[in-house]
Design a binder for this molecule. Structure first.
Ligand code: ADP
Length: 252
C-alpha cells in the first residue's frame, strides 16, 4: 500500500521556527508505517519558515517568500535527514514546478524516480519549487500538490495533517457548536467554492483547498484522511490500527 502524507506549515512551525518535536513525531509515524511494509511519500511545507529563522525578511512580500524558500529548503531537508537517520531511514528531496502534472511526459519521468526511491526504501519528501513557481506560496499550501502526487503516483490515500483535527459542518474556530463529519462521501459545489479561510499568517490553504483535494481524489477513486498534525493519535489509530476515532475520512 502506498500513501502520501502532507504536513502544513502551521503544524511544522511554532513561533516562527520549525517545531522540532512535531517533526520528530511525524518522522516516527512514517518509520512505523514503513516497518509495516507501507510505502510513504511525504509532502512537506515549511521551507519559508525555516528560511526565516536565518534571515528575517518580510514574509508578506512574495519575492521575499521565494528567497526564504531558497534559504530554508536545504535546512528543512537537513532536519528531516537527521531525524530519519534515527530510524536508519534515508529521505530525499523532490522539488516540482507547478506545471509538472500538466504534462504526461513529465509525470511519467517523475514517477520512475519516485518508484525507484520507494523500491529502495527511501522516503521522498516532495515540495513545490517555491523559488521558481509561486502558485502554492500564494494559495494552496500544497493541498492541491499533494492530491496530484497521490493520484499521479498511484497512492491509495492522502493523509493531510493539519492545524484542524477534522472537517466540521461549519468553521469550529468560529462556532463552538460545530460538529465533526466523520465520513464524507460527496462535497457540495458551494463548499468547493466557499471563500478561502486561512487560519494564520503561515497557512494559505484553509479548508477549501482541502475539500478541493478531497473532491479530486474521490473522483479518481482514491481516499483522503484529514486529521490533526499537532496530536498524531487519531492519524496513528487510523493508519496503524485501522481505528477511526477522530479525523475525517473522505471516501466516495
Ligand atoms: P493547514 O495549514 O494545517 O493545512 P489551514 O489553517 O490552512 O490548515 O486550514 C484549516 C483551517 O480551516 C482551520 O483551522 C479552520 O479555522 C478553517 N475551517 C473553516 N471551515 C472549516 C470547517 N468546516 N471544518 C474545519 N476547518 C474549517
Amino acid at each position: 500500500m502506498r500513501i502520501v502524507i502532507k504536513v502544513g506549515s502551521h503544524v511544522l512551525t511554532e513561533d516562527g521556527v520549525i517545531a522540532k518535536g512535531r517533526m520528530m513525531a511525524l518522522v516516527e509515524l512514517i518509520a512505523e508505517l514503513k516497518s509495516l511494509g507501507k510505502e510513504v511519500i511525504l509532502v512537506s511545507s515549511g521551507a519559508v519558515s525555516a528560511g526565516h529563522t536565518q534571515l528575517s525578511l518580510d514574509r508578506s512580500v512574495v519575492a521575499n517568500k521565494q528567497a526564504l524558500a531558497a534559504i530554508g529548503q536545504p535546512l528543512l531537508l537537513k532536519m528531516y535527514q537527521e531525524k530519519f537517520a534515527n530510524f536508519d531511514l534515508l529521505c530525499s528531496q523532490v522539488l516540482f514546478s507547478a506545471d509538472v502534472f500538466g504534462s504526461e511526459k513529465h509525470v511519467a519521468r517523475a514517477k520512475v524516480a519516485i518508484d525507484t526511491l520507494l523500491e529502495h526504501g527511501v522516503v521522498p519528501i516532495i515540495n513545490e519549487n517555491d523559488t521558481v513557481s509561486v502558485e502554492e506560496l500564494v494559495f494552496g499550501d500544497n493541498d492541491r500538490l499533494s492530491a496530484h502526487v497521490t493520484h499521479y503516483f498511484d497512492a491509495s490515500m492522502l493523509v493531510i495533517l493539519s492545524d484542524i483535527d477534522a472537517f466540521y459542518d461549519k468553521d469550529p474556530n468560529q462556532y463552538s457548536d460545530a460538529k465533526r463529519r466523520a465520513v464524507v462521501h460527496t462535497i457540495l459545489e458551494e463548499e468547493l467554492n466557499a471563500e478561502h479561510t486561512p487560519n494564520n499568517e503561515f497557512a494559505t490553504g484553509g479548508i477549501v483547498t482541502k475539500l478541493q483535494a478531497a473532491d479530486f481524489l474521490m473522483k479518481h477513486g482514491r481516499e483522503m484522511f484529514l486529521a490533526s498534525g499537532f496530536d498524531l493519535s487519531d492519524a496513528k489509530a487510523f493508519l496503524l490500527h485501522k481505528q477511526h476515532i477522530g479525523g475525517t475520512l473522505f471516501k466516495s
